[in-house]
Write a protein of this length. Structure first.
Length: 532
């Protein structure tokens, strides 16, 4: 492969199906095994199946599945048909699920019977939805909604050869947390996955029967980029629907996994009691984000090499480094990317000065193709030929880039971006809440020197209300994804606002957590915040 010819992800999948059709391609923990040949056959059957249901090129198809073989094959089947995959978080429910489904105008949803119960709860409010495809058997019907079983439909469909998606075709529309409005759908071309940092994962080595342990949601860049890394590096994709500390090492051994991506979970592994066999596993390389202070000790204890990256949904994986120089670095730009740190006038700032990172790539289609049905937001982000990340970085004399803070008003918890506007809307919908504001509270995570965000809310009660923080959070947990449920609650008489009536969140962020602040971990089982 030369620099002039980049073999993008769909073409790689097709090549593998032809060159090694009997080799394992996808492998579910405790479940299905799919060879490369079977994968390509299933992809084409999915395309025909969806076409028989009236899906046409360019049509949105919503997908609400945990990591699984079906999730990846359905995504690729949608792509080979030329339709738009709209992957949704399985944690969505209630108003958030209704809003995102309404904005996508998807007629078809691929999900499970368990997840379909959330659709039933919404009833006729989902006006555009006409077909629900369940991958695990029939679900109960709704008036005006056809329920279809995926297994029988895909099996009966014919694997008709189709045009392989090109770099400029949309691979997926990935929803990212909104900061000045609702969450936006990022049109992600296949070219983005050409630059997913696969060479960083391999660290210059080859593995005859390597596999990557994949647990990250496929509605995120993380789940899709990890898959792309595996395909680029000729690794088996070993899929688990969610990360588990208890099962991680036994399954790494059982499925001979050589690679893993650890986002925010390295601390939980580190805290397990040491054993003499810690380094006696197939695992050779881990990608960590963020890097803990003890990443070198982690590498030595478990016999692995460590790398780290920085990226975002809109631009892909931009920065990376193998064997990081320290725990704070994000590395340097990977092939083809150019980054600048600029001030509010897009003027480059000197080395050592904090600025907003703006990004572009030497190849077309290597970054987002704008926001779905949001031309103004697209124009605002893509200014002067550069994508503006609204993230603050500083570059040191060593050439590495260091993340400083998020310039946008967004909370990032356990790898999930949370739109404060959407969360505040849910809280204000409570009858005992007159007003509220959400901010990120920085807390220490499992490893010393590593921090994460928790959700902190400031709430103004309606007059005469005596609702407690515990009751409010319990009510919210029935309507919100688990990663959005607030940890800290402060009841206040009023919120600080400027002359325009906008909440001054900078002031709220400066307020310390005190004895009057309700802490969910303090009253609830603290283990609920640790993946088990």
């Amino acid at each position: 492969m030369t620099a002039d010819r980049v073999v993008h992800l769909p073409a790689r999948i097709l090549e593998r199906s032809e060159s090694a059709p009997s080799r394992t391609f996808l492998q579910e923990v405790g479940g299905r095994v799919v060879t490369a040949g079977e994968a390509m056959d299933s992809i084409l059957r999915w395309s025909t199946f969806l076409e028989s249901l009236g899906v046409k090129p360019g049509d949105p198809v919503a997908v609400m599945l945990s990591p699984s073989a079906d999730a990846y094959l359905a995504w690729l089947g949608i792509a080979w048909l030329g339709a738009l995959e709209i992957p949704l978080s399985t944690a969505y429910r209630g108003t958030m699920l209704e809003q995102v489904l309404t904005r996508t105008r998807a007629r078809v949803l691929i999900t499970t019977s368990e997840q379909f119960a959330k659709i039933e709860a919404l009833g006729p409010r989902i006006e555009h939805l006409r077909v629900a495809i369940t991958v695990d058997g029939q679900a109960h019907g709704l008036p005006g909604l056809t329920i279809v079983d995926a297994a029988s439909g895909v099996a009966a469909a014919q694997p008709v050869p189709r045009r392989t998606p090109a770099e400029w075709d949309t691979a997926s529309v990935l929803y990212t947390a909104g900061t000045t409005g609702p969450s936006k759908g990022v049109r992600t071309p296949w070219g983005v996955f050409n630059h997913a940092g696969g060479s960083i994962m391999m660290d210059g080595r080859t593995f005859e029967d390597g596999a990557c342990y994949q647990t990250w949601p496929i509605n995120h860049l993380s789940g899709k980029a990890t898959f792309a890394k595996c395909v680029a590096a000729d690794l088996r994709v070993t899929i688990r629907d969610t990360f588990s500390v208890r099962n991680f090492w036994p399954e790494v051994n059982q499925y001979r996994c050589t690679h893993a991506v650890l986002m925010g979970v390295a601390g939980a592994l580190w805290q397990q009691p040491p054993t003499e066999s810690d380094a006696d596993t197939p695992l050779a390389h881990v990608l960590m984000n963020p890097l803990p202070v003890e990443y070198r000790e982690f590498a030595k204890r478990f016999g692995v090499t460590v790398s780290t990256v920085w990226g975002m949904t809109e631009v892909g994986v931009v920065l990376a480094t193998s064997n990081p120089a320290n725990e704070r670095t994000c590395g340097t730009p990977i092939g083809g990317y150019t980054v600048r740190l600029v001030d509010e006038h897009d003027q480059e700032v000197p080395v050592g000065t904090v600025g907003q990172m703006i990004v572009r790539h030497e190849r077309p289609w290597a970054m987002n193709d704008g926001y779905l049905d949001a031309p103004e937001a697209t124009a605002e982000a893509w200014r002067h030929g550069w994508f503006h990340t609204r993230d603050a970085f500083v570059q040191h004399d060593d050439g590495d880039f260091y993340f400083v803070d998020r310039m946008k008003d967004c909370i990032r918890r356990r790898g999930e971006n949370i739109s404060s506007l959407e969360l505040e809307a849910e809280i204000r919908a409570h009858p005992d809440v007159a007003d509220c504001a959400c901010v990120a509270e920085t807390v220490m995570s499992g490893l010393s020197g590593t921090t994460d965000h928790e959700v902190r809310i400031f709430v103004v009660r309606v007059p005469d209300s005596e609702i407690s923080a515990e009751t409010l959070v319990r009510d919210l947990s029935e309507r919100l994804p688990s990663f959005m449920v607030p940890r800290f609650v402060d009841f206040v008489d009023s919120l600080p606002k400027n002359a325009m009536g906008r909440v001054q969140k900078a002031e709220l962020r400066e307020r310390p957590v005190t004895s009057k602040t309700w802490d969910r971990v303090g009253v609830d089982d603290p283990r609920r915040d640790v993946p088990v």
